[in-house]
Design a protein around this ligand. Structure first.
Ligand code: SF4
Length: 582
């Protein structure tokens, strides 16, 4: 294992191990006395501020305020105080050389570099990347496929943040993955831990005939802003940002801490500050796992302003988020406690200027989402070009399939692929004449571009096969449910089924037409895997939190239960919303 080649052709075992042995083990203590950059680009002598070891000065001061108030920092905050998680590259390398996994608080801190030790579900690392806006080059996908074969399980997962993950990574291969990804131009820093996660955009940015604005370039700039503003890594908890260009495929912006959704101001206003044009509606505080969508702030920002506004919001959260209770450490709780006006005032102070508050009557938000636009063949805005949405069963493709898709993209498309928050992949820029050959080739890879109305909206988190928090094997159960229902029912409208393994709600069960969250169920003398079933969730114009309808259903009884529910819907429906929400 330790002699495996990775992409550069560099041999890990001998060369890297020698190099790693020479590296100092970096930590806050090791750096004491050095000069470091702090928020806003100022430089201070660390000794003058008593050697803060949290990622940045603002985070350090936020921790000090908690201590001064007599409250106790959470265990994770204490861990970040003791050791700077951004300075662990050498330490992680050292462990790789010794072929050991992190222990104790180091498990949490290692997530800041994108490596998750996922025991006991698997005695292995999971690596989560950052794929801003969900777009990657064909060579990157091929390289990731190669890495997955050499240093991980030979498959790749697409996540609900249009991102990629590798699994089943042995202890001595974690660094190989990180080195290999960096050589491909893929960065993992901050993909886990208390950080801003992969920035998402509308997957059809630039090719959607109906979108208001391209969001992919903005998401990429936001990504680089985060990577190059070290203070962005000192948050109390994780944080999500999404840009939705108002087109056919949703970026699910209303489930993010910051949602930017494109809107149109049709007429200029006397205030001079809001000429007619395209803006982003700013929404804040989405966290559907806590039953809350991002709420409208009454603020519009121009595309050029979005980054600095997002940066200011993150800084206010960083300074004021809860660092004592992990369950309340998200932006939503600052907003709940302060109210929006106080929060926006603080953002304005951080920005150094007023936000643009615009009356709701002055702007339009077209709602043209097509819930099936992420699968099958669709014409692009560019004449004669098409994109093909490929179904990846519960978000997984093998290394061979990934390489095959990359090849198709290079030969027939633009040499780039896109991922969606619906856990699937788009091949873009396929000429009309090439469609039959590409479609045939996709099927030869064992994949499909067509899906039933059920399969198109089937979303599942990792589940017990790879996540220690899971109460059930969500991906397997989701597939079983879909197979069973497809055998019995034909739906003429998309029905989303979201299957999530625990309250973290990575598969966002609250927004599915049907949402399942795992639980243990007593059957006779045994405890078996099962689900609570919610119905009636939605997003965007159909926004709603699913209501709990059935509790503690054993996993093997869920599919027949849903068959009954959906049969009743088909027989009695007025509209889907009426049926599910009542
Ligand atoms: Fe793991 Fe829970 Fe997220 Fe599923 S929802 S991947 S079980 S943390």
């Amino acid at each position: 294992e330790s002699q495996k080649q990775y992409l550069s052709g560099f041999t890990y075992g001998a060369d890297v191990a020698r190099a790693v042995r020479k590296l100092p083990i970096l930590s806050g203590a090791a750096n004491a006395g050095s000069t470091v950059a702090i928020g806003g680009g100022n430089r201070v002598d660390k000794q003058a501020v008593q050697a803060p070891s949290s990622p940045e000065q603002a985070a350090y001061e936020a921790q000090q305020r908690v201590i001064a108030s007599g409250k106790k920092l959470s265990r994770e905050e204490l861990a970040k105080q003791k050791k700077n998680p951004l300075d662990l590259w050498g330490e992680i390398s050292h462990r790789a050389q010794q072929n050991v996994f992190p222990k104790g608080d180091d498990v949490f801190l290692t997530k800041f570099q994108g490596l998750f030790f996922v025991a006991p579900a698997q005695n292995a690392f999971m690596c989560r990347m950052r794929i801003p806006g969900g777009e990657l080059h064909a060579y990157q996908l091929e390289g990731i496929a190669d890495l997955s074969e050499v240093s991980a399980g030979d498959y790749i997962d697409v996540t609900t943040r249009a991102n990629l993950q590798l699994r089943e990574i042995p202890a001595n291969q974690g660094m190989n993955i990180l080195y290999g990804l960096r050589e491909l131009g893929v960065v993992c820093l901050g993909s886990g831990g208390d950080n801003i996660r992969n920035v998402t955009a509308s997957p059809l940015s630039g090719i959607d005939p109906d979108e208001l604005i391209e969001t992919l370039p903005i998401a990429k700039r936001m990504h680089h802003y985060i990577l190059n503003h070290r203070e962005m890594y000192g948050l109390p908890r994780k944080f999500n940002i999404a840009f939705d260009g108002g087109g056919r495929i949703s970026a699910l912006d209303d489930t993010n801490d910051i949602g930017f959704h494109a809107v149109r101001v049709p007429e200029a206003h006397a205030d001079q500050r809001t000429p007619m044009g395209i803006y982003f509606q700013l929404t804040l505080g989405g966290i559907t796992g806590h039953s809350d969508f991002a709420r409208d702030t009454g603020v519009l920002v121009t595309p050029d302003e979005a980054l600095e506004v997002a940066g200011a919001i993150v800084r206010v959260f960083l300074e004021n988020g809860d660092r004592t209770d992990r369950k309340r450490a998200r932006l939503k709780y600052v907003l709940d406690e302060w109210g929006f006006e106080k929060f926006l005032t603080e953002v304005e102070k951080s920005l150094g200027k007023e936000l643009r508050r615009v009356d709701r009557t002055r702007w339009e938000r077209p709602e043209i989402e097509d819930r099936l636009a992420h699968i099958d063949v669709h014409a692009q805005a560019q004449t004669g070009k098409n994109y093909i949405g490929i179904v990846l069963p519960v978000g997984r493709m093998t290394a061979d399939q990934a390489r095959g898709l990359a090849r198709l993209s290079r030969r027939f498309g633009s040499g780039r692929v896109r991922l969606t928050v619906w856990q699937n992949l788009l091949l873009t820029d396929i000429a009309d004449d090439d469609l039959p050959e590409v479609q045939q080739s996709i099927r030869k890879l064992g994949l499909d571009y067509a899906a039933s109305n059920l399969r198109a909206g089937l979303v599942a988190c990792t589940g017990s096969a790879g996540c220690k928090f899971a109460g059930a094997d969500t991906k397997r159960h989701a597939m079983q449910v879909a197979e069973y229902l497809e055998e019995w029912l034909t739906l003429d409208t998309p029905i989303n089924i979201h299957v999530t393994g625990c309250h973290h709600s990575c598969a966002q069960h609250y927004i599915g037409d049907i949402g399942m969250i795992a639980t243990k169920v007593e059957v006779g003398d045994d405890m078996v895997e099962g689900y609570h079933v919610h119905v009636g969730g939605g997003w965007g114009k159909d926004q709603g939190i699913g209501q709990l309808l059935f509790t503690g259903v054993p996993a093997d009884e869920v599919a027949p239960l849903l068959r009954g529910l959906l049969t009743a819907y088909l027989q009695q429906r007025g509209s889907k919303e009426e049926f599910f929400v009542q």
